[in-house]
Design a protein around this ligand. Structure first.
Ligand SMILES: Cc1ncc(COP(=O)(O)O)c(C=O)c1O
Length: 377
């Protein structure tokens, strides 16, 4: 990265420089992000890459992530027209794909004036384009090939393309999104449906999210759209991120703020869900569900304290959680704790924390609370 690259707009740094005495912090490793982009590049072959930075770059800070990837990504994919316009104003010149297209007729002039690429997915958007005085020159047409979330049904494609021709919009790319590229059903049915539609058109296309990019090279097409793999997590429940040489980007760290010594049968936290079988030391960590840590993480969820693996005990509360200090005699108030990622506390795989809590690391990252300061390294 150098000083000629687009920057972070004033007021968009989030808590970059804010330092609080409460010890929790999320460190964002931008070199790991760039490394992971390299992994995506290797899998993408000759396809171009949309770096998916929606949802504040999956909680990692969209401005810092865009800046870190500015010289690598072929384009950025996100949701809000306002964010896309702000990126343009900050000097980003690469293509920007709006994954849900646009939401109001007042957005349409901005698409043209800022060279944004909307993903058109419904007749209402076409009607707004028809009514507009200025229109975008490049669009994606999103096809519903079985996910039944967004997209035109296959039989509508001819009419959509005809409408775009009439409106003078010539740069058209076809896209679809897989419902189960990470799961047992795979992509076959959706890919068959898409291929049958796309082959006659000769148009470029974009299909692959992280899971498809890693598992199904036949989906690469002209542009791929990796998200979660850039942030260092595995899209697959049965394969760790390390299997793909992905490195964690978000490292959530805190410290012990108290230590309790329990006698046999004594219980921990709300509801007393954990009872000590014998005498034991436990640590209280400055991290709770108001920081974005999942409240449903049960006893046994991995955590690391003072360089050693440990486990969460009892119910996570708003601002604190308890962990087991058995065998971690060196732990004392102030000892470092790693909630996920790699830190002074130790190493904890965010995907394993998520699995223990019955969710995905996507949700852990996106749910990180605004009160947690981010630090970009
Ligand atoms: C349309 C679309 N493309 C690509 C992605 C990136 O997916 P992933 O983070 O699984 O790589 C998403 C994320 O949900 C999406 O909605």
């Amino acid at each position: 990265m150098n000083s000629t690259m687009p920057g972070v707009l004033p007021g968009q740094e989030r808590q970059a420089s804010r330092s609080l005495s409460r010890p929790i912090q999320a460190r964002i490793d931008l070199m790991a992000l760039r490394h992971n982009f390299g992994v995506a590049r290797r899998h993408a072959g000759s396809a171009r890459i949309w770096a998916v930075i929606k949802a504040n770059a999956y909680g990692h800070g969209q401005w810092q992530v865009a800046r870190a990837l500015a010289d690598l990504a072929d384009g950025f994919a996100l949701l809000e027209v306002e964010t896309a316009v702000a990126l343009r104003q900050a000097g980003y010149a690469q293509p920007i794909l709006l994954l849900e297209g646009f939401f109001a007729a007042t957005d349409v002039p901005l698409l043209a004036s800022h060279r944004l690429t909307p993903a058109l997915h419904c007749p209402e958007q076409l009607a707004m384009l028809e009514a507009a005085a200025t229109r975008p020159q490049q669009v994606y047409v999103k096809l519903n090939t079985g996910m039944n979330r967004l997209g035109f049904r296959p039989e509508a494609l001819g009419g959509v393309l005809e409408c775009l021709r009439r409106l003078g919009i010539r740069a058209v790319t076809l896209m679809s999104h897989f419902a189960d590229a990470d799961g047992g059903r795979g992509i076959a049915a959706q890919l068959d449906c898409f291929s049958a539609l796309a082959s006659g058109t000769g148009l470029p296309f974009s299909l692959a999210n992280s899971a498809a990019l890693l598992r199904y090279p036949e989906t690469r097409g002209d542009w791929v759209r990796p998200g979660i793999m850039l942030y260092g997590s595995s899209p697959f429940a049965d394969l760790p991120a390390s299997h793909f040489d992905l490195r964690p980007v978000m490292h959530l760290e805190s410290r012990l703020i108290a230590i309790q010594t329990l006698g046999p049968g004594e219980r921990v936290g709300y509801g007393g869900l954990f009872a000590a079988a014998g005498p034991m030391r436990i640590g209280i960590v400055a991290c709770g569900y108001a920081d974005g840590y999942p409240r449903h993480a049960p006893t046994g969820t991995p955590i690391a304290v003072a360089g050693k693996p440990s486990r969460v005990l009892g119910r996570v509360s708003m601002d604190m959680l308890a962990c087991d200090l058995s065998g971690i005699d060196a732990a004392s108030v102030g000892s470092p704790v790693t909630l996920w990622g790699v830190g002074e506390g130790g190493v904890v795989d965010a995907d394993q924390v998520a699995a223990a809590a019955g969710t995905l690391s996507y949700e852990l990252f996106c749910a990180l609370a605004p009160r947690v300061p981010l630090r970009w390294d």
